[in-house]
Design a protein around this ligand. Structure first.
Ligand SMILES: Nc1ncnc2c1ncn2[C@@H]1O[C@H](COP(=O)(O)OP(=O)(O)OP(=O)(O)O)[C@@H](O)[C@H]1O
Ligand SMILES: [Mg+2]
Length: 253
């Protein structure tokens, strides 16, 4: 039996009279790259907002790694290992790439006034954190840019830095909402290749929303499809693209 790291069960969310997510269930299997697709307004971002604690569901349950996180506030969900790239503070534009990695390290003693006075604490933190940061930056092909100010990165490199910061913060499940929107095709492929590599070599699970299916579907293991607030299909990419309900949802939407 494959193990689900994320289980969503019959989750519902309305805004006034509008039912954005109408009783949706979904499983994200550990160590997979899973994509959530669907026409505009079908409820994808709302579902992710329910998982990450931005909204509380009106009904239903959400489990992460065996813990019932239904209704948990965002920082709690994040602390358990669910990183949505924008949940991490946006990169500091004037800090270097390496410094941006170091500030999200959970062991950062700078978080506490007293611990920051303990010099030895700092030194140990620095060695371990710097080593890990460099290893991740190399993995993301950002190694050569470690001393570059974040504001000088391209849009695609900035996305990769966001991924690096999520990993640095200890993410087990990385959730991305349209990671390649507005990114040039070469970098867009690079980003999905990197997500795959993270999955294969760093044991990460990735859930992504994306509209650019021509690129994204080549890299993903599983596809979930939403339409008008409901989950209408699930399967491998080749199964889903030939599913009549999916074709109709896109043509109708
Ligand atoms: N905070 C909110 N208040 C009111 N309505 C909302 C809110 N958030 C989302 N909605 C509505 O819920 C529905 C689903 O929106 P959602 O953003 O989840 O769709 P989506 O699938 O992410 O679409 P897109 O592909 O365009 O990003 C839409 O009709 C949207 O207008
Ligand atoms: Mg959206």
């Amino acid at each position: 039996m494959p193990e689900s790291v994320l289980k969503i069960r019959d989750v519902m969310k309305s805004f006034g009279g509008l039912v954005a997510v109408a009783g949706v269930s979904m499983d994200v299997e550990k160590n997979t790259l899973t994509i959530l697709i669907g026409p505009n307004g079908s409820g994808k971002t709302t579902l992710v907002n329910l998982v990450t604690g931005v909204y509380k569901p009106d009904r239903g349950k959400i489990l992460f790694d065996g813990t019932d996180i239904t209704g948990f506030p965002p920082h709690e969900v994040f602390r358990l290992g669910v990183s949505r790239t924008f949940q991490i503070p946006q990169p500091f534009r004037k800090l270097t790439v390496l410094e941006n990695m170091l500030v999200v390290h959970p062991g950062n003693p700078g978080e506490g006034f007293l611990s920051s006075l303990r010099r030895n604490g700092w030194r140990k933190f620095e060695e371990e954190a710097v080593e890990r940061a460099f290893e991740l930056l190399k993995f993301l092909n950002l190694g050569h840019l470690w001393n570059q100010e974040a504001e000088k990165l391209s849009g695609g490199q900035m996305k990769l830095l966001e991924v690096g910061r999520a990993l640095m913060a200890g993410a087990k499940l990385l959730i991305m909402d349209e990671p390649i929107a507005g990114v040039n095709p070469v970098l867009a492929h690079d980003i999905f290749k990197t997500l795959r590599k993270l999955k294969d070599e760093k044991n990460l699970t990735v859930l992504t929303i994306e509209h650019r299916l021509d690129i994204a579907l080549r890299y993903v293991d599983y596809v979930y499809v939403m339409a008008a607030g409901s989950m209408i299909a699930f399967g491998k990419p080749e199964e889903v693209v030939s599913d009549r309900r999916v074709i109709d949802a896109y043509l109708g939407g």
